[in-house]
Design a protein around this ligand. Sequence first.
Ligand code: NAD
Length: 508
Amino acid sequence: MAADKTFDEYRSIAAEAVTRATAAPLFHLIGGERVESSSGATFETHSPVDGEVLGTIASGDAGDIDAAARAATDAFADWSTRPGKERKKILHRVADLIEARADDIATVECVDTGQTIRYMSAAAIRGAENFRFFADHAPDANNGRSMPDQHHVNFSSRTAIGPVGVITPWNTPFMLSTWKIAPALAAGCTVVHKPAEWSPYTAAMLSEIALEAGLPAGVLNTVHGFGETAGKALTEHPAITAIAFVGESATGSMIQAQGAPTLKRVHFELGGKNPVIVFDDADLDRALDAVMFMIYSLNGERCTSSSRVLVQESIHDDFVARLSERVRALRIGHPLDPTTEIGPLIHPRHCEKVRSYEAAALESGASVVVGGPPTNPDSYYVNPMLFTGATNDMSIAREEIFGPVLTAISFADEAEAIAIANDIDYGLAGYIWTGDTGRAHRVARDLDAGMIWVNSQNVRHLPTPFGGTKASGIGRDGGPEYSFEFYMETKNVSIAYDTHTVPKLGMG
Ligand code: NAD
């Protein structure tokens, strides 16, 4: 769904939806009840639009996580053994309610995160699609395979792994939460969700919607709070069997260590520094559009953003000149204005980090073709940036900046493009633009990344595997085979035809 309303219309929807969401302190949802933290602790959250306090949020700790894990454990036996058809029905009702409240969710998301309505209107709807997609697979979730051999019938089946923890970040938080929570619930797991502390509101809307849709109490629990308290406690709780985590690579590493004593199964979707490789035989108009979209949409706060553009030397100067013209023309503005292309970034700390890369670019000898300080340095806005003349050893080419910042690197030939693309800690996505089919196949084969798009921006198709290699993650999401594999245990049963030999011991 495109943003199909005017700025004024979105502002008036937001005025009501945000007031409703923020009127009272935001509590946890544990066992179907809205509860404050057992310690009574709270924190304030601010809107990136104007830096004003948006509301007060319950700050969970180990006690609240324990209560939520118990609620999820109590609810597990019933939820996991309900017929898949029943789970399907309830999850479709969740999707219906998300659709009915898509504008509320989208506008609250914009005010809470600074993401723009032109993308958030679709993100809310994608959340509903995630629920529908996995709901439809719920009736088959327990299915396994038949693998007969000469003397045995082997068959496998799957059962939900247990109560799981879901920990999500602040960029497009609603859509990302549904992406994890929907398959977990469809598989029969119960969930304790710890949303990002910088963007708590739409997670609360999701848990309210789920209750209203008839999800039994305790099946989806939401505990707000900080990573080092609530998040850490969730990863350490013995009743939580698995952690699905989306966030930074460094946090993933901490979570793996925290979960080790209880042998947590982990699924990690982490950072990226994704290359888009533009060869001189590509459709350069389409390539330009895609390069712009994949770094300057969603404020550049996107794990699959193409934050390194590798341009073949023969077209480099022309392509970069066209690129810089477009970057200068980007419309920065209020996130609820449908004409806005770049909104404010999530938090002053994040703004500071993103802005710091301009100085890093200059210090390392690259050129800042577009950039400069924001008009109001106290705002949460940053100017979109384009760096050129970069080499792959520079921090602007190696580190995930997670903002509207693009680093251009020139290459001579296919081999050099692949070498530069792979010389990085991350391996989430890669984008290839070429008119040569053989080259497209060769480069796609040789790029070390979990997802490759040829002559395309990132277009998500839910059955396909989503995830990264190296520091970009462990495991894949998508389709029943990938997502259910994580949220379920597989059991094999082997039954003999009584035709095989049983070895005899102790016969003298
Ligand atoms: P983050 O790692 O700082 O935080 C993510 C979540 O982890 C938050 O809820 C936070 O409270 C929690 N957390 C922090 N420390 C924790 C700990 N010790 N134990 C348990 N939980 C803890 O990430 P962020 O800054 O919120 O999000 C941006 C990052 O997310 C980027 O690196 C981006 O690439 C990544 N991301 C990846 C994908 C993907 O699919 N690969 C998608 C979106 C975002």
